[in-house]
Each structure stands twice: as C-alpha cells, then as structure tokens.
Design a protein around this ligand. Structure first.
Ligand code: SF4
Ligand code: F3S
Ligand code: FES
Length: 245
C-alpha cells in the first residue's frame, strides 16, 4: 500500500543552501533513491543526484539519510515509519557541487598516491602463485565499491578539513594494507609510507568507517589495526622486519 511521506532534501550549491520540504508518494518495496527520482519526475526536475546501478554496486549514490551515511539505493523506505520525516543531505566531508552531489576528487587524489602492485622480479604474469589464505584476505578488501562513505565518516577529515593533505583515509589505508599483506608485492616501503605519507597515525581506531561500510568490510579490524602492527614492526622490530616476508 502506498502512502505520502514527508521528505526534507538539501538543495543548494557551493555558495550555500537549505533543506527543502516535500510530500511525496511512496510505494511498497521502494528505496530512498526511488523517492528522490519521483521528486525529480514530479516536483523538482532540476534536483541533482548521482547514481548509476541502483543495486549497491557502483558506489555513486552515497548521501546522509537522517544523519547516517548510507547508499540511497540500498536504504529501504520500510526502515522508516510512515509518519517519520526522512532527511536527505549530501556527504558532509566533501565540497558540494549541487544538491546531493559532492566533489569527491579528494579520494581520487589519494588513490593516485598509493603505488600500484609491484610484481616480483623474474616472475611472468600467469606464473604468480600464492596461498589460498592470502587470496581470501585480499578478496575481502576487494569488495570495496568506492562509495567513500568510510572516507566521509572518519572524524579525522570530517571534523578537520586541514587533515586532508596528510591523511589518506580508511579506504586507501586499507588498500595499502592489502598490498603490504600481499605475499608477491615487491614494493619495499609500504609500512613506512603508511605512516609518513598517508597519515596512518591519525587513525585512533574509532571504527566509524567499519560501521558505515555497505560491503561490511572489517576495515578497522582486518586492515587498519594489522597495518598499525606492521608499522610498529617496521620501526621497532628490525629482526621481525627481516623475516616478515
Ligand atoms: Fe565504501 Fe566500504 Fe569501500 Fe569504504 S571500504 S569506500 S565504505 S565500500
Ligand atoms: Fe577513522 Fe576508521 Fe580510524 S573512522 S579514525 S579510519 S578506525
Ligand atoms: Fe549504485 Fe547506489 S546507485 S550503489
């Protein structure tokens, strides 16, 4: 059965904006993105929203719904009561372009700063061999859809804009951890770079990144904490460092 829901959607651009009130039809089985599309179709044709797959796989439709960072296409309307006002705002950590669309270039800049996988010398592609347990470890991290909800949520940059230069954020520290744990990666200095170039020390393990990850990746427990241990080994345990690989 359909009903009329109350929505507040942030409208504006880099100069400023405000929450705008809407009353909009909701049908059984719909998600928040369906309702935003209905607003575009019926009341606000110029409302800007970024989306692509509507299946939780492209990572485009990230926003904050009633204050919680979520994918709009994976947030069912049935999680809200019919008389509850649903408030949709853009991700707070990144500059607004227009309405619900933010400029996420910070993330792409940080991605470019992580050196790529370095294949071992003398081993041709197709000859790489590694243990199943190592394959499985990196598969968890590779579920990442680059929605940047973890980057948006981490207080290190959410509350301190000036940390953006020195902190790569959970998604890219996880990428460094994935490569550092890869038995065939020949890049020597990942642990050192995690500390000096990517700001791993800023992370104080609040785990907010893990809580919002739509892929349920255990970012903190399986990537950031082990990476901190590897950094400690690198700096303070030269013997372990020798045998680590
Ligand atoms: Fe999104 Fe999770 Fe990837 Fe972060 S780690 S970008 S929250 S999928
Ligand atoms: Fe930030 Fe996640 Fe660490 S939220 S502080 S990167 S545990
Ligand atoms: Fe692709 Fe939501 S539209 S994740």
């Amino acid at each position: 059965m359909g009903y009329k829901a109350k929505f507040k959607v942030w409208r504006g651009d880099a100069e400023g904006g405000d929450l705008q009130d809407f009353t909009v039809e909701v049908n059984e089985g719909e998600v928040v993105l369906d309702v935003i599309h209905r607003l575009q179709a019926t009341q606000a044709p110029d409302m800007a929203v970024r989306w692509n797959c509507k299946a939780g796989k492209c990572g485009s439709c990230s926003a904050e719904i009633n204050g919680r960072p979520r994918l709009m296409c994976m947030t069912r309307m049935s999680v809200f009561s019919e008389d509850e006002t649903v408030t949709v705002t853009p991700m707070r950590t990144f500059p607004v372009i227009r309405d619900l669309v933010t400029d996420v270039s910070y993330n792409y800049e940080k991605a470019r700063e992580v050196p790529a996988f370095a294949p071992p010398e003398g081993v041709a592609p197709g000859e790489y061999r590694m243990e199943q347990v190592d394959v499985e470890r990196s598969q968890e991290f590779r579920k990442c859809i680059e929605c940047f909800l973890c980057q948006n949520t981490c207080h290190v940059v959410r509350d301190h804009e000036d940390n953006k230069t020195n902190f790569s954020g959970p998604r890219f520290l996880m990428r460094i951890a994935e490569l550092d744990m890869h038995p065939l990666d020949a890049h020597e200095n990942r642990a050192q770079e995690a500390k000096t170039d990517h700001g791993l020390g800023f992370c104080n393990i609040t785990k907010c990144c893990t809580e919002v990850c739509p892929e349920h990746i255990k970012i903190t427990d399986n990537a950031l904490i082990p990476m901190k241990e590897r950094v400690a080994d690198h700096y303070y345990d030269p013997i372990l460092r020798l045998f680590k690989r």
